[in-house]
Ligand binder design. Structure first.
Ligand code: CTP
Ligand code: MG
Length: 374
C-alpha cells in the first residue's frame, strides 16, 4: 500500500499583508513549509512527500527545503492539488495538506489513515466554540457544525476521480469534491496546533502556540600546550610561544562550545560527529565543527541565545583578546556579540593548567527550541 503526501504551497499569501509568501516566512526558527514537510516525511506510514510550489518560487523552496521534491502548482488551490495528483499517480492513499498549517501532530495523521479503512476520505475537524449568527440576526445552531482542517486523506482513486469530474466553481477543500460524487468522508478529531495561518499576526500567535523552551548545556575540553604549534582560541589566532596540539586545530574554546551546543539537543559529543580517527579532520578548522552543531540545532527549529565561555590557563593573558574572541564566536553562531561572554581564570599555578602544560575550557550554551514534539 503506497501512501503519499502532497503539500499545496503555491499561494501568494496575500492576506498576511507581507511581501514574502507566508509558506516561506520564518516561524519558530524555520520556514513555515518546512514544519509540515518534516512531520509528513518522518511519519512511518508515508512513503513520499511532494510540494506544489508557485511559479517562480524555485529559489524560495531551494532555500527553505533544499532536498524537497516539488512540482509547480496552479492558479487556484484546486489546480495545485490536480497538478500534485497527476505527479503522484500510482499511489493508493493520498494526504493533501496546506502549507499554511505548519504544526502537524503525528496523531492526526494516524487518525486520518485509520479512517480510510472504512471511508473514501477523512478530514480533521474541531468543534465551533463561538455562537454563530447570520446577517439577519438569526442564531445558527453550532452543534452540528465543525471547523475543517488539513491534511485531508483520501483513497487516491476517489480523489483523482473527484477532481476529474468536478464541475463546480473553486473548491476550498478536497472533501467537498469527493462528497459531490457520493463518497463517504469521515470526520476525525483535529488539533488546535493545526490552526491555519491567514492574517497578519497569525505567525506570532502560532509561535506562541508552539511554545519555545529554554535549554542550557555544558561542554568542556582540554588540549596540551606544545612547542611548534599555533594557538587558536575561540576562532582567533593568538600570538604565543606555544600552541595547542590535537588532531584538529585544537581550538579548545570552540570544542567546549560545540559540545555544549550539541548538549542542548542531546546529540552526543564532538568526537561522535568528528571522530579524531578520521583523517579528514586532521588540522581542521574547528569553526566548521561549531557550524555543524548549529545546523543540527536549527534543523530542530532552535536558536542559540547565550554562550558563557571560561578559559582556564596561566598564559597567555586572555583579556587583550577577549573582544576579538567574542566577535568571532558571535560571527560563527550568527548572533550579536552581546550574547557571547568570554571569561578567563588561572588555577593559582596548581594542576596541569597551573604548570602551563595545557589549556582547559568550559562553556555553557543556552538555546531556545520548540517545546512540543513537533
Ligand atoms: N494554494 C496553492 N495554490 C494556489 C493557491 C493556494 O497551492 N493557487 C495553497 C496555499 O499555498 C496554502 C493553501 O493552498 O497552503 C491554502 O490557501 P490560502 O490559505 O488561501 O493561501 P494563499 O492563497 O497563499 O493566501 P491568500 O489567499 O491570503 O493569498
Ligand atoms: Mg488563497
Amino acid at each position: 500500500m503506497k501512501t503519499v503526501a502532497l503539500i499545496v504551497a503555491a499561494g501568494k499569501g496575500e492576506r498576511t499583508g507581507a511581501a514574502l509568501p507566508k509558506q516561506y516566512a520564518a516561524i519558530g526558527g524555520r520556514a513555515m513549509l518546512a514544519w509540515s514537510h518534516a512531520a509528513l516525511s518522518r511519519h512511518p506510514m508515508i512513503d513520499t512527500v511532494l510540494v506544489a510550489i508557485g511559479a517562480g518560487q524555485e529559489a524560495l523552496i531551494a532555500e527553505a527545503l533544499p532536498d524537497a521534491a516539488y512540482i509547480t502548482g496552479g492558479a487556484t488551490r484546486r489546480e495545485s492539488v490536480a497538478a500534485g495528483l497527476a505527479a503522484l499517480a500510482g499511489a493508493d492513499r493520498i494526504l493533501v495538506h496546506d502549507a499554511a498549517r505548519p504544526f502537524l501532530p503525528a496523531a492526526v495523521i494516524d487518525r486520518l489513515l485509520a479512517a480510510l479503512d472504512s471511508h473514501e476520505g477523512a478530514v480533521p475537524v474541531l468543534p465551533v466554540a463561538d455562537t454563530l449568527v447570520r446577517d439577519d440576526g438569526e442564531t445558527v445552531p453550532r452543534e452540528s457544525l465543525h471547523r475543517v482542517q488539513t491534511p485531508q486523506a483520501f483513497r487516491y482513486a476517489s480523489l483523482a476521480e473527484a477532481h476529474r469530474r468536478w464541475t463546480g466553481g473553486d473548491a476550498t477543500d478536497d472533501a467537498q469534491m469527493v462528497r459531490a460524487l457520493g463518497g463517504s468522508v469521515a470526520l476525525v478529531q483535529g488539533d488546535a496546533m493545526l490552526e491555519k495561518i491567514t492574517w497578519p499576526g497569525d505567525i506570532a500567535a502560532a509561535e506562541a502556540r508552539l511554545g519555545m523552551e529554554t535549554r542550557s548545556a555544558l561542554g568542556s575540553d582540554v588540549h596540551r600546550l606544545a612547542d611548534g604549534e599555533r594557538l587558536w582560541l575561540g576562532g582567533v589566532l593568538i600570538p604565543h610561544h606555544q600552541g595547542l596540539s590535537g588532531h584538529s586545530d585544537a581550538d579548545v574554546a570552540l570544542h567546549a562550545i560545540t559540545d555544549a551546543l550539541l548538549g542542548t539537543i542531546a546529540a552526543g559529543d564532538i568526537g561522535m560527529h568528528f571522530p579524531p580517527s578520521d583523517p579528514q579532520w586532521r588540522g581542521a578548522e574547528s569553526g566548521q565543527f561549531l557550524r555543524h552543531a548549529l545546523s543540527l540545532l536549527r534543523a530542530r527549529g532552535g536558536r542559540v541565545t547565550f554562550v558563557d565561555l571560561t578559559l582556564i590557563c596561566e598564559a597567555p593573558k586572555i583579556g587583550p583578546h577577549r573582544e576579538a574572541i567574542r566577535a568571532r564566536i558571535a560571527e560563527l553562531l550568527e548572533v550579536s556579540a552581546d550574547r557571547i561572554s568570554v571569561k578567563a581564570t588561572t588555577t593559582e599555578r596548581l594542576g596541569f593548567t597551573g604548570r602551563g602544560e595545557g589549556i582547559a575550557a568550559q562553556a555553557v550554551v543556552t538555546a531556545m527550541l520548540p517545546g512540543s514534539a513537533l
